[in-house]
Ligand binder design. Structure first.
Ligand code: GLU
Length: 491
């Protein structure tokens, strides 16, 4: 089983060793990015303050029996940042670092993220303050169900109100517990499957959701690299093939990002994990390493010819073209920003960089593809899953056969006129109708291409970096929807 961000870097988050003490907390960082963009937007002050504020947050505590006769009080949160579109959407994370400001920061980021990629949802985020590694599956199930019960009672979950998804420390298993608990409280809700996304396929999940965030990171970096202005600043050729990549975090996001870069000809030279990092300038084998890490819990012992970096965070400072921080927030701060050697950074995690570090990197000509765009693939495909749940039909079920028969007839006419009969393999390749995963991946690719282009255009127009441009676009779109002018997000 694979979690959204499997390893949670507790020591890094606790000591925040990439940040100087005076650097802002995560929520303040998101707000400062927002404020910078707000000044450059055409939106009135009143609307901006409304837009920036978190709508509502609940904090719940509940006891669970740990099995040895003891009871433990568990603390959980759910923040809904903006309800300008319903449902609100965002993951639930299990981590010891969860607190009010983190959940609110992440909920705000979800609002802007959805707007950037034209997903018609508001933003939300939830969290339970536990280290999931310290609990058995049975205890985690009890915690998840109890937390969901609280959400049900407080009307903080439902296909039309608030739809959670996986995040750090959670995955399809937790999502199916959430759905099952919701169903028990709402037995008549015909759309109950749409109360949560990132579910296993057998429980109404959609093909491609697991890969979605990592694939979106890949598409995002690929697009920016194809822009001549980015090639000029970075000195890179624009081709993925032959470029070198370092990924921090080997959970769902990091693993799939690494895999898609490798599949497209890049060399993955470094991967950072909880206890150590691994580095090899000749390139690592992503799947082999993943297998080794899963079996042994570490990169150690994988091979004698590759370097193990004991202080994992230092992998961020190694030589590479593309850097993908896909672990936790605040991994790139003022302590390490000037040591980063990458030419382009694709933020797979939410908030991996502080505003101070961003400024340092921008000045040095490092291109940053910001989190609210780079890691939006997850919520884009969550949107597709939600649509599937509400329509009660698998994508492709209605049209696949029809498409194939139209193409077969068309080919027959072409063959008759061209005087050449195709081989069976040629015919198959040409007529094949789209499966659900094909549609999901192409929908995601199309969304990423157009959202990157929108961000690029605003960056050019306002002469700002891509993060500020993405925030400006988000602010404009949300403000327009407040004004009631409609369906912008679905264009
Ligand atoms: N947790 C993911 C994120 O931060 C996915 C959210 C979702 O699919 O709702 O974007």
């Amino acid at each position: 089983m694979i979690h959204e961000n499997f390893f949670i870097f507790p020591h890094l988050a606790a000591t925040q060793n990439a940040c100087e003490p005076h650097e802002p907390q995560f929520l303040q960082s998101v707000e400062s990015y927002f404020d910078r963009a707000a000044k450059l937007s055409d939106i009135a002050g009143g609307t901006l303050s409304h837009l920036r504020a978190v709508d509502s947050t609940i904090r719940v505590t509940f006891p669970i029996e740990t099995g040895d006769g003891k009871t433990e009080v568990i603390e959980g949160y759910r923040a809904q940042h903006s309800r300008h579109r319903l449902p609100v959407k965002g993951g639930i994370r299990y981590s010891e670092e969860v607190d009010l400001q983190e959940v609110e920061a992440l909920a705000s980021l979800m609002t802007y993220k959805c707007a950037v990629v034209n997903v018609p949802f508001g933003g939300a985020k939830g969290g339970i303050k536990i280290d999931p590694a310290q609990y058995t599956a049975e205890q985690l199930e009890r915690i998840t169900r109890r937390y969901t019960m609280e959400l049900c009672q407080k009307k903080f979950i439902g296909p039309g109100t608030d739809v959670p998804a996986p995040d750090v420390g959670t995955g399809p298993r937790e999502m199916s517990w959430i759905m099952d608990t919701y169903r028990q409280f709402n037995p008549d809700d015909v759309n109950a499957a749409g109360c949560v996304t990132g579910k296993p396929l057998s429980q109404g999940g959609v093909r491609g959701r697991t890969e979605a965030t990592g694939l979106g990171v890949y598409f995002g970096v690929r697009e920016f690299l194809s822009y001549p202005e980015v090639q000029k600043i970075t000195g890179l050729s624009g081709k993925i093939a032959g470029s070198t990549v370092i990924v921090q975090g080997f959970g769902n996001v990091g693993y799939y990002a690494a895999k898609f870069f490798e599949e497209n000809g890049a060399k993955v030279v470094g991967i950072g994990e909880r206890d150590c990092a691994i580095y090899d300038p000749h390139g690592l084998k992503v799947d082999e390493l993943y297998q080794h890490h899963r079996d042994t819990g570490s990169f150690r012992g994988y091979s004698d010819t590759v370097e193990i970096i004991n202080d994992s965070v230092q992998v961020l400072e190694r030589e590479c073209d593309i850097l993908i921080p896909a672990a936790l927030e605040r991994q790139i701060g003022l302590r390490n920003a000037d040591k980063i050697k990458a030419k382009i950074i694709g933020e797979g995690a939410n908030g991996p960089m502080t505003p101070g570090a961003h400024e340092v990197l921008e000045k040095r000509g490092v291109v940053v593809v910001p989190d609210l765009l780079a890691n939006a693939g997850g919520v884009v495909v969550s949107y597709f899953e939600w649509l599937k749940n509400l329509s009660h039909v698998r994508f492709g079920r209605m049209d696949k056969k029809w498409d194939e028969s139209v193409r077969t007839r068309l080919l027959r006419v072409i063959e008759e006129n061209a005087g050449r009969v195709l081989t069976e393999a040629e015919r198959k390749a040409l007529i094949q109708g789209a499966e659900e995963q094909d549609l999901v991946f192409s929908g995601l690719e199309d969304t990423m291409i157009s959202s990157c282009e929108e961000t690029r255009q605003t960056a050019k127009l306002k002469n700002v970096d891509y993060r500020t441009a993405a925030y400006i676009n988000a602010i404009q779109k949300i403000a327009t929807s407040y004004e009631g002018s409609g369906m912008l997000f679905m264009t």
